[in-house]
Design a protein. Structure first.
Length: 158
């Protein structure tokens, strides 16, 4: 009679225990994918803002309004983009028009957390329907001094 090779019951139990230990240690890492996806979207918005800022400043320089606080340049959709020292203003009519898809509203992916005012020259965008406004946003801030580029920062989701 020929002896058949195979796994013993103890070997199978050991493999199942090892797989269980791996699953328990790896599962928490894969359960938090939503925050990782949100953070990646915020980084993408930051990149879109940085690109739009450079394009608008170039157009403002061509039009000769890079040295004007409160100028405007024409946008891709035919709407004027308001500028501060050549960069898009931190408002819906500034950076909101410069970045395609950043328009706010019921059907939009983005919402304004806090708008611009005369003291901080900044605006924050977060996900539409996000109840947590203390983090998980992109802030676009323009300096009141001429010649300094806007500062775009991301506050990651937790």
């Amino acid at each position: 009679m020929k002896r058949q090779g195979g796994f013993t019951l103890i070997e199978l139990v050991v493999v199942i225990v090892i797989l269980g230990i791996l699953a328990v240690t790896a599962a928490p890492r894969f359960l938090n994918l939503q925050d990782d996806a949100r953070n990646a979207s915020l980084e993408g918005l930051k990149g879109a803002m940085a690109g739009a800022t450079g394009i608008v400043y170039g157009r403002a320089a061509i039009n000769g309004v890079e040295g004007v606080d409160g100028g405007a340049v024409s946008g891709a959709s035919g709407q004027d983009i308001t500028t501060t020292w050549g960069y898009p203003q931190p408002s819906e009519n500034g950076i909101g028009r410069a970045v395609v898809g950043l328009a706010t509203g019921a059907d939009s992916d983005w919402a304004i957390v806090s708008g611009s005012n005369s003291t901080n020259y900044s605006i924050r965008y977060t996900f539409n329907g996000n109840a947590n406004t203390t983090d998980c946003f992109v802030q676009y801030a323009v300096s009141s001094a001429q010649g300094s580029a806007p500062e775009i920062t991301v506050s990651e989701c937790n």
